[in-house]
Design a protein around this ligand. Structure first.
Ligand SMILES: Nc1ncnc2c1ncn2[C@@H]1O[C@H](COP(=O)(O)OP(=O)(O)O)[C@@H](O)[C@H]1O
Ligand SMILES: CC(=O)N[C@@H](CCC(=O)OP(=O)(O)O)C(=O)O
Length: 289
């Protein structure tokens, strides 16, 4: 394809997305290579300059895990959610708010654009309550497992994001929420991104991760298009595991609540974000009603 054809293929998409809100979730597994992360940030800045309202929500699971191990703690997950004791919450806040959020804001600044880093605590963006204990199958029996300081989002107040977007800042959100007593809670970043997309009435939610999309059980085939019913059936068949559970559930909830499309895209390949949005074929999984 000629270079000018590539640009012309993008034009109808640029027109369609102009002025629309896009929530981009940067998974921890899509941020392991600093060089690629820099290209992802440049892509996000490009979306900002072609007129989209860009909101970034980031994870950082692998870095939290590494820090826990370095401190002699063994990470444990239930349904893709980290069991979070008080010390783990402190580590998660340090890594997510203190390090990763700040790093992304600096990368955006390096592209000549202004970003503001916040967590769900700021402006009461994410109000949560402690998650109820989860039923987990251990061998033949079921046990109730308390996840500790893990939150379930009760309310989203997007006002702070509207203010930042109106002033042309790119908001960068760390997945920590606050409960009604002022206690911080650890939130899965996929869930945070989906709830924020719903509250902003976003046009798109894009999850950048380390796989080419939602795959079948033996992880050979990528599904490029999924309806809500297809996605529900995949969860029912047990094809979806680990960190893909909150991701796909977040996408489904977003779609059920008015977001036009949700995407799962490999963020470890350069410019996949642009290719997913601005080409006819796309590169990842697009979930629609
Ligand atoms: N059906 C599936 N299709 C694709 N990935 C899956 C599937 N089931 C489980 N996964 C896992 O989900 C992971 C992505 O989730 P996660 O590790 O939480 O990433 P991130 O840190 O980017 O949010 C993949 O690396 C893959 O191992
Ligand atoms: C409750 C819970 O699991 N919180 C996550 C928050 C970070 C996250 O979600 O990071 P990824 O997007 O990289 O997975 C955690 O502690 O790992």
């Amino acid at each position: 394809m000629k270079r000018e054809d590539v640009l012309m293929e993008a034009l109808p998409y640029i027109q369609k997305f102009y002025g629309k809100t896009i929530v981009i979730k940067l998974g921890g597994h899509a941020m392991v290579d600093q060089k690629i992360l820099e290209t992802v940030i440049r892509d996000a800045v490009l979306l900002h300059y072609v007129g989209m309202k860009v909101v970034l929500v980031h994870g950082g699971g692998p870095e939290i895990t590494a820090k826990m191990k370095a401190m002699g703690k063994e990470p444990k997950f239930v349904g893709g959610l980290r069991i979070t004791d008080p010390e783990t919450l402190e580590i998660a806040q340090m890594v997510l708010v203190g390090k990763i959020n700040d790093g992304i804001v600096s990368l955006i600044a390096n592209c000549g654009t202004r970003a503001v880093g916040i967590s769900g605590n700021d402006g009461n963006l994410l109000i949560a309550r402690k998650m109820e204990p989860q039923r987990v199958q251990i061998g033949e029996t079921f046990e109730e497992v308390d996840l500790g300081h893990v939150g379930e989002i009760e309310e989203v107040d997007p006002e702070v994001l509207h203010c930042l977007l109106a002033q042309n800042y790119i908001p960068v959100v760390a997945p920590i929420a606050i409960d009604r007593q002022g206690q911080s809670l650890n939130i899965n970043a996929d869930t945070a991104a989906a709830e924020i997309a719903i509250a902003l009435k976003a046009y798109k939610l894009v999850n950048l991760t380390d796989v080419d999309g939602v795959m079948d059980a033996d992880r050979k085939k990528v599904y490029h298009r999924l309806s809500l019913a297809d996605a529900e059936a995949m969860i029912g068949r047990g094809v979806i595991a680990g960190g893909m559970i909150p991701k796909l559930e977040g996408c489904m909830k977003a779609i059920r609540n008015g977001v036009t499309s949700a995407h799962v895209v490999n963020g470890n390949r350069e410019h996949n974000l642009l290719l997913e949005l601005f080409t006819d074929e796309g590169v990842g999984t697009m979930i629609t009603p």
